[in-house]
Every structure is written in C-alpha cells, then in structure tokens.
Ligand binder design. Structure first.
Ligand SMILES: *Cc1c(COP(=O)(O)O)cnc(C)c1O
Length: 519
C-alpha cells in the first residue's frame, strides 16, 4: 500500500503546526486518508460467494484470458466505506460557502430535483415520437417564453449545452447574418474588451474572426473612445460581458450598442452574469442582438466539475432567422419540432448538437422560475447584488478595491493589500481552506493584479457572510503581523497540501499500475 502520510507532507511544515498535523495513520480527525481502490484489500478476498463456473468446451479458439483480470479484492464493507469516504471529499455548494466569482454557485432548491426526477420527465427518450412528448415540448416552449420575456428579446435558441456553446451559437448566427448580407469576406474583426471572459475571444477566434482587444478605462469599464476608434466596415461585432468580469455594470452600454449598429456590426452580450440584473433590466432594451444565458448559473442546477449546463441564446429580430435547428413550434396538432432545413421557413445556420437541448437542466430552470415567480426572480437578483455589496463594504478597508463604487453581484479585490508582506493571493486563498472556506476566484479577471473575485449569490445567509468576513479580517491581521510562514505552509488541515497543479494538468497520471509492474 502507498504510504499515504507521505502525500500529505509535500510541503515542509515548521514548528507547532507540524506537531498538530502529522498523524501515524495519515488520517486526520475523522477525515480518512483514502488509498486508491486497487491499493486496498488482499488477494482472494471477495464480497460475494459465487460458485466456480464450469467451462465445458472452449468456444474462444484458444483466446481465453490466461492472466488474472486484476480486479480489486475487497469485502463489501470495504467497498461501501471507500465510496462513502470519496463522496465526502467532494466539496460543493451543499457542503459550504462557495464564493467563486463568475460562477454563480447558488443553492439548488430540492423541488427542482424532485421535478427533474418525475418519471414522465426523467425517463424520456429524445427519439420518442413527438406525439408522445407533448408535455416535454410544452415545457421547453414555456421556458423559452419566460427567458424571452425576462430578456425582452423576440427569439431564442434553446439547444446550446453551456455558456461557451451559447457563445458559439451566437457568433455563428452573427457570421451567417453577415454572410447573408454578402459581407462575409470583409467583416472579419470582432472587438473584445480586456475584461471579457476568456471564452469570448476564444469563441470569436474559433469562428474565424480576428480578435481586437479594447482597453478598460480607470473605472473598470470599456473605454468608449478607444472602442469607437476601432470601429470600421471590417468589424463584425463586439462581444461584451455585462455585468463585466470586474462585477461592474457597463454604464455606456446603450452608446456601445448604437455605435456598433451604426458601423454595421452586431452586439453579442455574454449574459452569464444575468444573476445581477434578472427581472430588473431587459437586455433587449439595451440594443443587444444576442446573448447567452447560463441556466446552470442564474436558474440554479447543480454544476461544476464539467456539467451539466445549458446555454440558451436570446436573439434580436435581425438574428432570429439564423437560429440553429432544432426548435419547437406550435403546429396544427400541438407542439412540433423543426429538425431539418427543408422544414424551416427561416435560414438556420445548422445544428449545434444532437437532440433538443439539456432537458434535465430545462426542468430545473423552469421549476426555479415558477417557484420564484416574477417578483421572486427580481428579489433573487437584488439579494445577490446586496450580498456582494455587503462583502465590499465590510472588507474594503482591510482589502483593496481596484474600482470604487457599487458593484453588481460579485465584488473584485486586488492584491495591493498584500504588497510588501511576502504573502501572495495564492497563499491567502490556501489559508482560507484551513478555515473551511472554498477560496474565491483568483487571478481573474486579468485586468487587475492578483485578483480576488467573490460572488456570494442570493442564497447565502447573513450569518455565513458574517463568519466569512470575520475570518478574512482575522487572516488579514495575521498577514499584517508578518506571519508569512503561516501562509506559505497553508493548507495544513486538508487531506492533500499544495499540489503541483501544472504537472497535474500537463502530465496527468490516468492509469494505475500495479507496484510489481513499476520497475
Ligand atoms: C461561466 C461563464 C462563461 C462560460 O460558461 P460555461 O457554461 O462554463 O461554458 C462565459 N462567460 C462568463 C462571463 C461566465 O461567467
């Protein structure tokens, strides 16, 4: 068996912290050091008692396995404990505060889960005949209606599977619209503000556009003059995140929309941060041509670790004809799906994925919307903004805010407060883990140095926020007292300490090899 206590000590711990954190077993408190399942058990141990199989004649022409299959040898209680312990290592929104800026990690009301598991919804198959899934199509249609109403936009594409996929959808619609105007060869440039989410320039580039960056002004917003200076008849559009990744509302957004339209371009808005404005502002009124919504952020749904998500895209009159297949229509005999170009009255640019979208996420989102009601959605976005500003007001004298004034649903700090202390943003975040808090988003957005971006969402209680504030203030006091080593050591209370994340990403070890094969 691997020596598990080793992996915990990959950073030397000095003084009294060491005495506290080293244990004989490698476990700490009731948090167990858990080996891989292949490293446990012993030869010949089983959880079941099956009779040997009589093989009378060999029908495999001598190809039968000669070696052992190499499965773990474990009893049932060992298996149960192993997986139970692993499940307990998963930190999520159900276990604690998750203030990851830009991610909107909010509570998932259990009524959503209950509805998503109704047999009539959970057991649907996407290839059932439409006559047998009228309820599901109605659900997609009602959700589409709510989203169009909340956004003040006339059309929507429901199929994109995530935010970045929605961006791809929107930019492909823009490309199709430009090609339909006969300007596909000339309009090749997309303007992307410095404070954009990384997926924005990536999407523009993936669609074959060149990316032209617009600087931010001293207030953390798009520099309007710099933007206007970049306009020309080779510009396809702008991709703007609003509220932007600094958690700030783009106050010149209407001027930006007017100017891009005057120049013949389209306005893509990254609407992943809709949790800040839902029910208060309609993007359609701002002059936006298309915008994705991250259903898995604003409208709850468990997410993180790669899914599931859904990124429907609302579209203006100008872009609506180019929306992708498939889409739901009201037919003569109820709801129908338009699946093929030949059945469409419009000019769809194509299809983005198999089937009709992320049904499980649609159910949860509509459940979230209907259980909140219009007034509840407005309350949710208002509380999200209130929570972020509460953190800002409580922490701004101890930490440093790069941009003054109110923020939206997330608050951005920079690392000026750590200047000349020897403690970095990373060290500070690691110390938060020992205190039982998932760190905020770090080093993003790139427009400020050593960024710390916090998004409390509307679902955190004041008690949680107060404990978080008290903890951060305590840590800052420790920074100021010069206890650098405390931060360099952190985290000391976790199953693993600081990992070599670059090596893990660049040289992942994806396969376990038995110790005997290693040499
Ligand atoms: C989360 C996010 C995205 C990407 O969404 P995914 O669902 O992760 O693809 C894009 N833009 C912003 C501003 C985001 O916060």
């Amino acid at each position: 068996m691997a020596d598990l206590s080793q992996g915990r000590s990959n950073v030397p711990v000095g003084g009294s912290q060491a005495a506290q954190t080293q244990t004989i077993s490698g476990s700490k408190g009731l948090d167990f050091a858990e080996p891989l399942i292949f490293e446990m058990g012993s030869e010949g141990r089983f959880g079941v008692d099956l009779a040997d199989v009589e093989v009378s004649n060999d029908r495999l022409n001598g190809q039968r396995r000669a070696d052992k299959i190499g499965l773990p040898n474990l009893s049932e209680p060992q298996v149960v404990r192993h997986y139970t312990r692993l499940s307990q290592k998963n930190y999520g929104i159900d276990s604690g505060f998750y203030p990851l800026g830009s991610c909107t990690m909010k509570h998932n009301p259990r009524v959503n889960e209950k509805l998503a598991r109704l047999p009539g919804l959970g057991d649907l198959h996407p290839m059932q005949p439409t006559s047998s899934v009228q309820g599901a199509l109605e659900l997609i249609d009602s959700l589409a209606d709510w989203l169009k109403t909340l956004c003040g936009m006339p059309a929507i594409a429901m199929s994109p599977a995530a935010g970045a996929h929605g961006e791809l959808c929107g930019m492909m619609a823009i490309k199709a619209a430009i090609e339909a105007r006969g300007e596909g060869e000339t309009r090749k440039r997309v303007l992307v503000p410095e404070s954009a989410h990384g997926t924005n320039p990536a999407t523009a580039a993936a669609c074959g556009f060149s990316v032209d960056s617009i600087p931010a002004n001293a207030l953390g917003r798009v520099d309007l003059d710099a933007f206007k200076a970049k306009l020309g008849d080779d510009v396809a559009g702008i991709m703007l995140t609003n509220p932007n990744t600094c958690g700030l509302f783009e106050s010149d957004i209407i001027d930006i929309a007017d100017a891009i339209h005057e120049a013949g371009g389209y306005f893509y808005c990254d609407g992943a941060n809709f949790n800040a404005i839902m029910g208060r502002i309609r993007p359609g009124d701002l002059g936006i041509d298309c915008m994705h919504l991250n259903l898995h952020k604003t409208f709850s749904t468990p997410h993180g670790g790669g899914g599931p998500g859904a990124g429907p895209v609302v579209l203006s009159e100008a872009l609506a004809p180019f929306a992708p297949l498939p889409y739901v229509v009201h037919g003569d005999d109820g709801f129908d799906l338009i699946e093929h170009m030949s059945d469409s009255d419009a000019k769809p640019f194509g299809r983005l994925k198999g089937f009709h979208g992320q049904m499980g996420v649609f159910v949860r989102s509509l459940s979230f919307i209907l259980s909140h009601g219009a007034d509840g959605l407005l309350q949710a976005s208002s509380d999200a903004v209130l929570g972020a500003n509460y953190l800002r007001c409580q922490l701004q004298d101890d930490m440093s805010v790069p941009f003054d004034g109110m923020c939206m649903h997330e608050v951005l700090f920079d690392d000026t407060f750590l200047n000349d202390t020897g403690v970095t943003t990373l060290d500070f975040a690691k110390a938060m883990i020992d205190e039982g808090f998932h760190p905020m988003t770090m080093y993003f957005p790139l427009v400020v140095h050593g960024a710390l971006l916090m998004e409390p969402t509307e679902s955190e209680s004041k008690e949680t926020l107060d404990l978080y504030i008290k903890t951060l203030k305590g840590l800052i006091k420790k920074v100021k007292s010069g206890d650098v080593q405390f931060f360099k050591n952190a985290p000391v209370l976790t199953p693993r300490r600081r990992l070599d994340e670059t090596a893990a990403a660049r040289k992942p070890v994806l396969r376990w090899t038995p110790p005997s094969d290693e040499d």
